[in-house]
Write a protein that binds this ligand. Structure first.
Ligand SMILES: NC(=O)c1ccc[n+]([C@@H]2O[C@H](COP(=O)([O-])OP(=O)(O)OC[C@H]3O[C@@H](n4cnc5c(N)ncnc54)[C@H](OP(=O)(O)O)[C@@H]3O)[C@@H](O)[C@H]2O)c1
Length: 249
């Protein structure tokens, strides 16, 4: 089985590629320097030539690229997975969000991700769209929560962490495993991948701090007051608590 994966220089795609390979897939990366993403004919030709079993569109990039790739996969009968984001919900919307809750994004990133979803769905009715929460990796260095905390600490000398913010998040490796589960077990449609059973940002930050040998000074705060959780009973994501084992805070 073959899978084209886009975004391989990023955070989620390499982890997904590892999970796919562990499940018997040969991963073909989309190398943007070799295959242009702004030419619909080139997009179609590359996908038609490789003819993988799955196309996993994990990269950021234009809604046009997402649409053209989704359409080519529809034409060639190739499975199409798109990674969306919890950011389609605005910070003033209150979770937990089911897939039926209508996103009202209030920033450019959320609007962009929602537009990609819309284009993918129109171009390919069989597409699977998996919205992800904030990814928790093992170390700073890419787009994950540990990196955010590290950089915040470097910049400010401490980390403000709200006990009243329940963020949508999951361990990166667990997200990758669940994405493979969606490919293998689920049908077309929209999915929410949530690994947080209800821990606050404060609890998560303190747990990560402890796991990393307490490099950070964490200052508990009461704001922001937010709940960005998603929910979806159809998809299992290993709860972050199994990795973080938080204390009573
Ligand atoms: N990381 C998170 O916490 C998180 C949370 C929610 C949702 N997501 C979703 O997960 C997916 C992957 O995110 P990520 O964290 O892996 O992102 P990332 O680390 O920023 O990497 C994204 C990859 O997308 C490609 N890319 C970036 N800008 C591009 C552009 N202008 N045009 C074309 N390609 C571009 C690059 O891949 P190449 O150089 O290999 O082509 C890049 O390595 C995205 O759909 C994101 O919305 C991530």
């Amino acid at each position: 089985m073959y899978a084209i994966v886009t975004g391989m220089n990023g955070t989620v795609a390499p982890e997904l590629a590892r999970a796919l390979e562990a499940n018997g897939y040969v991963v073909v990366p989309w190398v943007r320097a070799e295959v242009p993403i702004d030419d619909p004919a080139a997009v179609r030709e590359f996908i038609g030539n490789v003819k993988p079993d799955w196309f996993c569109h994990v990269a950021l990039g234009s809604p046009d690229w997402a649409e053209w790739a989704a359409a080519a996969c529809d034409e060639f009968d190739i499975g199409f997975l798109f990674t969306g984001s919890v950011s389609v919900y605005s910070s003033s919307q209150v979770g937990p969000f089911s897939i039926h809750d209508v996103p009202e994004p209030n920033d450019d990133y959320g609007r962009y991700k929602l537009e990609c979803e819309r284009r993918v769905r129109l171009a390919n009715p069989d597409a699977r769209i998996a919205r992800l929460g904030w990814q928790i990796g093992e170390a700073p260095g890419n787009n994950n929560l540990v990196d955010y905390l590290h950089r915040h600490h470097v910049d400010h000398g401490h980390i403000d962490a709200s006990r009243n913010w329940i963020p949508s998040c999951a361990m990166l490796a667990d997200t990758a495993a669940s994405l493979v589960g969606i490919i293998e077990m689920q049908s077309a449609g929209l999915y929410h991948l949530e690994g947080n059973p209800g821990l606050s940002f404060l609890e998560i930050a303190e747990s990560l701090n402890r796991l990393r040998g307490n490099p950070w000074t964490i200052v508990p705060t009461d704001t922001p007051v937010m709940n960005n959780l998603m929910r979806d009973d159809r998809v299992e994501v290993r709860p972050i608590i199994e990795t973080l084992a938080p204390s009573e805070t």
